[in-house]
Design a protein around this ligand. Structure first.
Ligand SMILES: [Fe+2]
Length: 311
């Protein structure tokens, strides 16, 4: 069943989606850029170019979103967190790769509005969606090339192959959601819940496994906690996938996913704090900590929306 979107919902959902995902995509370009050996200068240059293009589209999204989105959304920690700016500054210091912290400052000062007038924004937002689709598609093509070359041992990167697959899946989800918005349709709530819960439970499991693999071997407690989150979200992923045949379990899976996501959100928040205050031994860039924290905040908002029965 397809539902047609009002102007209000089209503008709000588009801007929320772009603010969350364009920053995620820009940071993927950064993580790709920072993980190549010096000899791969053409790949580094290409990642830098994509990062700059994504930054431009993100800044347009920020400009359009000012005074339009709800206070609740802005306070949810999915477009920026209290750690983002410091995490970026420290990551720039470590890598000497620039991250454009002006955008972060602009995002931190976005003004909320629970009753915006959106009529004049419909066309600019549709154009923004189109630009976001185009640049994200270029990023997808680049990720596919990197993954293929890495799997054939023609290219080396410090990013795990699973991380490249993971960020490729996120980019494809972003594009498919933008395309659906451009058609002004949305999925019915039940199908949306099953799709998103299966997707994000897997993403949360993989975050736990990346963290586990990037901690120093002496960080035994954190390693074990990450390992347990990996197992817990593997089970939740299987349960969410099984909903297609066992729809009666949907409320229970949603609630369990929410509790697990609250727990991993707290774990990621502590981890990000620990990276910024230099109290954790690892090879994790601080921005990666903040990045996965934002994704947990995003998923938590979706789960809350699902439980309230709204879209
Ligand atoms: Fe992720």
């Amino acid at each position: 069943m397809k539902i047609v979107l009002s102007d209000q919902d089209f503008v709000r959902q588009s801007l929320e989606l772009n603010l969350f995902f364009l920053r995620i995509m820009k940071e993927h370009a950064f993580f790709i850029e920072a993980a190549f050996p010096c000899k791969d200068s053409a790949m580094i240059h290409h990642a830098e170019m994509l990062k700059n293009q994504l930054t431009m589209v993100l800044s347009e999204a920020v400009r359009l979103a000012d005074g339009v989105l709800s206070r609740n959304f802005l306070a949810g920690g999915e477009i920026v967190t209290p750690y983002t700016l410091e995490a970026e500054e420290l990551t720039e210091f470590y890598t000497d790769v620039s991250l454009n912290t002006d955008i972060t400052r602009a995002e931190l000062s976005l003004v909320g509005n629970d009753y915006p007038h959106v009529h004049s924004l419909v066309d600019p937002v549709a154009q923004l969606n189109q630009q976001a689709i185009r640049v994200t598609q270029s990023l997808i093509d680049f990720k596919v090339t990197i993954l293929n070359d890495v799997l054939r041992c023609r290219l080396f990167t410090l990013n795990y192959p699973l991380l490249i697959e993971h960020i490729l899946r996120e980019a494809r989800l972003f594009v498919s959601m933008l395309e659906r918005l451009q058609c002004r349709t949305m999925m019915d709530l039940t199908s949306e819940m099953i799709m998103q819960e299966a997707f994000w439970n897997r993403i949360m499991a993989e975050h736990a496994k990346f963290i586990r693999g990037l901690l120093d071997p002496t960080e035994v407690q954190l390693f074990n906690a990450a390992d347990q989150f990996g197992h817990r979200f593997d089970i939740l992923t299987a349960q969410a996938e099984a909903l297609l045949h066992q729809i009666a379990d949907l409320p229970a899976v949603t609630e369990e996913s929410k509790q697990a996501t609250i727990n991993i959100r707290d774990f990621k928040r502590q981890g990000t704090e620990g990276l910024i205050t230099c109290t954790i031994r690892s090879i994790i860039l601080p921005l990666l900590g903040d990045h996965v924290l934002r994704e947990a905040n995003h998923y938590l908002r979706l789960l809350n929306v699902f439980q309230s029965g709204r879209h």
